[in-house]
Design a protein around this ligand. Structure first.
Ligand code: PBG
Length: 429
């Protein structure tokens, strides 16, 4: 029987104190996700099926008859009363009267009710799937990032810890760090990248001290440390030097691993860096540290807000000699087989939503876990559309994340991690 109870099956989301009622896609964390909920909101109606309960005023009051007596009554023709066959709901007047189509398959049958839709949902979205990218700086305060509403350069000693704590409260226990490095520490060879007392290693040590089970991903690339704003060392003629850059990246990865990083993530797109980093980590005793390779990273204009956030725009030229051409599909397979052979643990596709075909391509061609990066431009577009009231920000956010999962991503790096996880927890209570 159907009963009303007090938790939400229809999805709801508490944003800025306002409860928004939604029922889009049955986006909910898997039931195995244990989530500590640190905040409360008003309950809403929910329908659950409870076989053991009965209507108070219904015809089902027990008469104390045995099974045999009940059966005998029916056989004798004393059939107890039940509600009548329901009448056909009326169509609005003016509806055309037509013979029903002779369809052997009506897919809408399986979409008929919330319970059926939930039963047949193919993809799930959980806070456990999210990796939360966090910008950090040397300052004490958190500085808002203009092009990314809701994102801040977090002070590494305070804001960072608070944000991580909030994320953990809703089941997001994985983060990736991006540093805003003082200009005075940038150089053509990006040596600050492997300073063991630099911003990133320091922040990792602090986080691990406070939250030993937090999963920390790091970015391996020179751009935040490069006075040229490139991911590698730039030769006088403008060429990005591959093997020399890889040498620096190995040192950077080791410094991050030594500080306590769990997963180092080369985002630089130099050739051969995964194998070199694997060998370097192993030779220093970091066999347990994973590599998430940015396997298919495209030279995308969707990175604009991120580069503003870190002030890491290339000082000249673009990144097209190392990042992939957005027009290319097969080339992603070349990168995939290289990264697999070199020992990558996770393969990443970036950007996310405009590159769903690439996510699916990697999913179908590798057994490794696939990551998708919903990049800054994707985030900012959804935020902007929401602010302008052109789209429903919450629904579009959750739908885009679900679509990345459907395309084949196991994990998603997303600036929405905290906001989305809160919505998912809210729905699930
Ligand atoms: C650079 C790096 C970039 C991003 C992550 N790592 C920018 C770039 O390649 O220029 C972009 C992330 C985003 O846009 O959200 N190594």
């Amino acid at each position: 029987m159907i009963m009303a109870s007090t938790t939400a099956l229809n999805s709801g989301c508490n944003v800025g104190g306002v409860v928004v009622n939604r029922n889009p896609l049955f986006l909910r964390p898997s039931s195995s996700t244990l989530v500590k909920q640190s905040w409360r909101r008003s309950p809403k109606l929910r329908f659950t099926v409870r076989a053991s309960e009965t209507h108070a005023d219904g015809p089902t009051k027990k008469l104390g008859l045995s099974d045999a007596e009940c059966e005998a009554a029916v056989v004798a023709g004393n059939v107890p009363e039940a509600p009548p066959i329901p009448s056909k709901p009326a169509a609005p007047s003016g509806s055309p009267v037509v013979p029903s189509l002779p369809l052997s398959r009506r897919p809408r049958r399986n979409r008929k009710s919330p319970a059926l839709r939930a039963a047949f949902q193919e993809t799930t979205l959980s806070p456990a799937n999210f990796v939360y990218p966090l910008f950090i700086h040397e300052g004490e305060e958190d500085t808002p990032i203009g092009a990314m509403p809701g994102c801040y350069r977090l002070g590494w000693r305070h804001g960072l810890l608070e944000e991580v704590s909030k994320a953990r409260d809703v089941g997001v226990n994985s983060i990736v760090l991006f540093p805003k490095v003082p200009d005075a520490l940038k150089s053509p060879t990006g040596d600050e990248a492997y300073n063991e007392n630099g911003l990133v290693p320091r922040a990792i040590r602090l986080l691990k001290d406070k939250y030993p089970d937090l999963v920390i991903y790091t970015d391996v690339a020179l751009d935040p440390y490069s006075s040229d704003g490139h991911d590698g060392i730039v030769r006088e003629d403008g060429v990005i030097m591959n093997d020399e850059t890889v040498h620096q990246l190995c040192k950077q990865a080791i410094a991050q691993a030594r500080a306590g990083a769990d997963v180092v993530s080369p985002s630089d797109m130099m050739d051969g860096r995964v194998g070199a980093i694997r060998a370097a980590l192993d030779s220093e005793g970091f066999q347990h540290v994973s590599i998430m390779s940015y396997t298919a990273k495209y030279a995308s204009s969707f990175y604009g807000p991120f580069r503003d956030a870190l002030d890491s725009n290339p000082r000249f030229g673009d990144k097209k000699t190392y990042q992939m051409n957005p027009a290319n599909y097969r080339e992603a397979l070349i990168e995939t087989s290289e990264d697999e052979a070199e020992g990558a643990d996770i393969l990443l596709v970036k950007p996310g939503l405009p590159y769903l075909d690439i996510i699916r391509l990697l999913r179908d061609n590798s057994s490794l876990p696939i990551a998708a990066y919903q990049v800054s431009g994707e985030y900012s577009m959804i935020k902007a559309g929401g602010v302008l009231k052109m789209i429903d920000e919450e629904r579009v956010m959750l739908e885009s994340l679900m679509c990345l999962r459907r395309a084949g991503a196991d994990i998603i790096l997303t600036y929405f991690a905290l906001q989305a996880a809160r919505c998912l927890c809210d729905e699930n209570r």
